[in-house]
Ligand binder design. Structure first.
Ligand code: THU
Length: 132
């Protein structure tokens, strides 16, 4: 799957954002090793803490469709603002749980783009090993 197609799918999902409180629209698209795409957008709630980010909604859509842990290999998260959106801590933890540690997270804004692995986005993560 070509990176620009994943970014385009994330921007298409952003159009469906439900962000009446922040007015900050975010789109995400995650791809599996066998080239399946899942999109998500941020969905807010008047009880603000119930809001869910685009990245988690995309990953949960994939899991809901049958994708297994570790099969996600790339995720793009996009915003209309100049700056590229940095995933929140909760999303980083969910990425660590569900994605290959070497999967690429591509962050795209109108004027900048970054790419980092899941491992580099959340160093020293709490994981299953900590539970042994
Ligand atoms: N948000 C995302 O969806 N992803 C990010 O990476 C950053 C933040 C959402 C959550 C909330 O709906 C709005 O952006 C403002 O925080």
């Amino acid at each position: 799957m070509v990176k620009k197609d994943i970014i385009a799918a994330a921007y298409a999902a952003l159009e469906h954002a439900y962000a009446p409180y922040s007015q900050f629209r975010v789109g995400a698209c995650v791809v599996t090793k066998d080239n399946r795409l899942f999109v998500g957008t941020n969905v807010e709630n008047v009880s603000y803490g119930l809001s869910c980010c685009a990245e988690r909604n995309a990953l949960f859509a994939g899991i809901s469709a049958g994708v297994k842990k570790g099969e996600f290999c790339m995720l793009a998260v996009v915003s209309e603002k100049k700056q590229a959106p940095a995933p929140c801590g909760a999303c980083r933890q969910v990425m660590c749980e569900l994605m290959d540690p070497n999967a690429q997270i591509i962050m795209v804004g109108a004027e900048e783009e970054y790419s980092m692995t899941v491992r580099d986005l959340l160093p020293f993560a709490f994981d299953e090993e900590d539970m042994q």
